[in-house]
Ligand binder design. Structure first.
Ligand code: HEC
Ligand code: HEC
Ligand code: HEC
Ligand code: HEC
Length: 427
């Protein structure tokens, strides 16, 4: 072997070695999301199929089955009756199924099971209830438009087998983020926002906002509608409801006080949007779906739960204050909100009693009584906006403490007005 041949062999060996290293690195560290083992078609709602292509995200999604209390003791993923902690719920929702069954939410994979088991669902329940529980909403809307909303729930339940999953947030072909609840797109359009032009950053909250928002069913059609025409604060949404949109006057009439009550439904997006993180562009996914690493791969956590279970990954990319301080700050916000929420709820319960008592007095001043009912209607909406939202105020402590302060004041005014209604005329 001459020198040139030796050099050539050495060179070729180097090339083989280098290529081998490159191939093995690419093979090991290749982002798993680009390895497509199966084709996921439009209308595929089975997570197992999606999971074949995206095992890390699928494993995270399955972790949502875990049922554990939250580290703060508020919220959590265990199905307990909320009234255990707040007995005032029984009084404040009298006349509505929420007084019988109102459980703490748990993971997305339980959405259909919990709907099926809910004691709030009777034979008269409508298809509209599936809107935020399953990706089947996509097919239902394609086939029937909003017509699906007024169908009997039992009819749709057989078809909507799959709970909230990949297809609610992802386009199966591009894996880009998407929104499939038409109620959200319509509500945003009315506010002058075209969701189809949203940035990736905005989509990281919009995918959640399509479900984690306040809504009502339009009378007659049962179309899911978000009350956002005047804005997203508790005051602005109350103003909107005061116009009785499409004849919608209340969710139920309270059995004792005859107050036409608005039942708030988890306004998480609204609360966050007006808060410091929402205003500063920190998305839902930033905290609830932080970046993780496994064997060198960076991926998005799909275990969507209390971010305090992953405090390092969820908060530390932005905050350097340290775990203990951050945790105790969250807990302090929540303890303050809980105290006022409980006080407001109890005063509202008392006000229902005072109005009931005045109502049984045939000599009561009816104008004053109507005034008392309006004050209590507003008080209960303010209280419930906070009570029905899901972070015990963390998403926006400033707004929530203000709202609860107003709820307490309004409840006292309602009690005064009820006493005045009964007292003035019994003289
Ligand atoms: C800055 C971080 C942050 C952002 C942004 C954020 N959250 Fe949260 N969220 C939290 C914390 C902290 C809690 C309280 C967890 C606890 O008490 O253990 C929470 C609680 C929740 C809960 C209740 C969880 C439970 O255990 O019951 C839901 C639901 C929720 N958030 C949804 C959202 C949605 C939807 C958005 C966007 C519109 C959002 N969050 C934005 C930090 C965040
Ligand atoms: C509630 C909404 C939601 C659901 C449900 C959901 N994802 Fe995601 N997913 C996201 C968000 C948000 C991101 C981050 C996207 C971004 O920032 O571009 C993401 C990112 C991804 C990515 C890109 C790679 C990565 O990890 O960042 C893949 C792949 C993925 N998801 C697969 C899945 C699969 C498979 C399922 C079902 C088992 C699923 N997702 C369910 C919201 C969701
Ligand atoms: C298609 C509707 C839908 C979408 C989209 C959706 N959620 Fe949910 N979410 C639900 C429902 C319904 C539940 C309650 C499930 C149950 O308890 O049966 C829930 C529960 C939760 C919980 C409570 C989990 C627990 O362990 O207590 C959190 C946190 C949460 N969602 C956050 C988010 C975030 C963040 C996003 C966006 C990345 C999002 N959700 C997108 C409908 C949705
Ligand atoms: C993407 C960046 C980002 C992430 C992630 C984030 N934050 Fe923040 N946080 C901010 C910004 C920006 C502010 C505004 C004040 C500031 O500049 O520090 C803020 C403010 C706060 C405040 C003060 C709020 C107030 O009302 O004064 C607390 C407490 C807080 N964050 C806790 C958390 C916790 C807990 C998490 C994780 C669950 C978290 N943050 C995740 C960016 C972030």
């Amino acid at each position: 072997m001459n020198r040139t041949q030796k050099l050539l062999i050495a060179f070729l060996s180097l090339v083989v070695l280098f290529t081998g290293v490159v191939i093995s690195r690419v093979w090991i560290f290749k982002p798993q999301s680009t390895v497509k083992l199966v084709k996921i078609s439009i209308g595929e709602y089975d997570t197992e199929i999606w999971g074949k292509n995206y095992p890390l995200e699928y494993a995270g999604y399955k972790k949502n089955m875990e049922m554990a209390p939250s580290p703060t003791g508020y919220g959590g993923s265990v199905k307990v009756q909320k009234a255990e902690m707040q007995p005032e719920l029984y009084t404040n929702f009298k006349g509505n199924p929420f007084s019988k069954d109102y459980t703490e939410d748990r993971g997305h994979p339980y959405a259909m099971e919990d709907l099926r088991e809910s004691k709030r669902i009777g034979p008269a329940a409508k298809g509209a209830c599936i809107t935020c529980k399953t990706p089947y909403i996509e097919k239902a809307y394609q086939e029937m438009g909003w017509g699906f909303a007024s169908k009997p729930l039992t009819e749709l339940m057989d078809k909507a087998k799959h709970p909230v999953n990949c297809a609610n947030c992802h386009d199966p072909e591009t894996m880009g983020l998407r929104v499939i609840n038409p109620a959200f797109t319509e509500a945003m359009q009315k506010r002058g926002i075209d969701v189809s032009k949203a940035s990736r950053e905005e989509m990281r909250s919009y995918v959640c906002a399509q479900c984690h928002s306040e809504y009502y069913f339009e009378p007659g059609t049962f179309k899911v509608t978000f009350p956002w025409d005047k804005g997203l604060t508790p005051q602005q949404m109350y103003e909107y409801y005061s116009t009785k949109p499409s004849g919608f006057a209340q969710d139920f009439i309270h059995t004792d006080s005859q107050v036409p009550v608005l039942k708030a439904q988890h306004p998480d997006y609204e609360e966050w949007q007006n808060g410091v993180h929402g205003q500063f562009g920190v998305s839902c996914a930033d905290c609830h779906m932080p970046y993780m690493r496994k064997s060198g791969q960076k991926y998005t956590s799909h275990w969507i739960t209390s971010p305090l279970k992953t405090l390092d990954e969820s908060c530390s990319p932005c905050h350097t204050q340290g775990k203990e301080l951050l945790f105790s700050q969250v807990k302090a916000f929540q303890d303050n909100v809980w105290q006022l929420q409980h006080t407001a709820g109890q005063n509202i319960a008392r006000a229902h009693g005072a109005i009931q008592k005045a109502g049984t007095n045939s000599a009561a001043n009816q104008t004053e009584l109507a005034n008392a009912r309006e004050l209590l209607r507003r008080a209960q909406w303010y209280w419930d906006y906070v009570a029905a939202a899901n972070s015990m105020g963390f998403h926006n402590p400033v707004q929530e403490l203000n709202t609860l302060g107003q709820a307490i004041d309004l409840a006292h005014q309602a009690i005064d007005a009820a006493n005045k209604a009964a007292g003035t005329n019994s003289l």
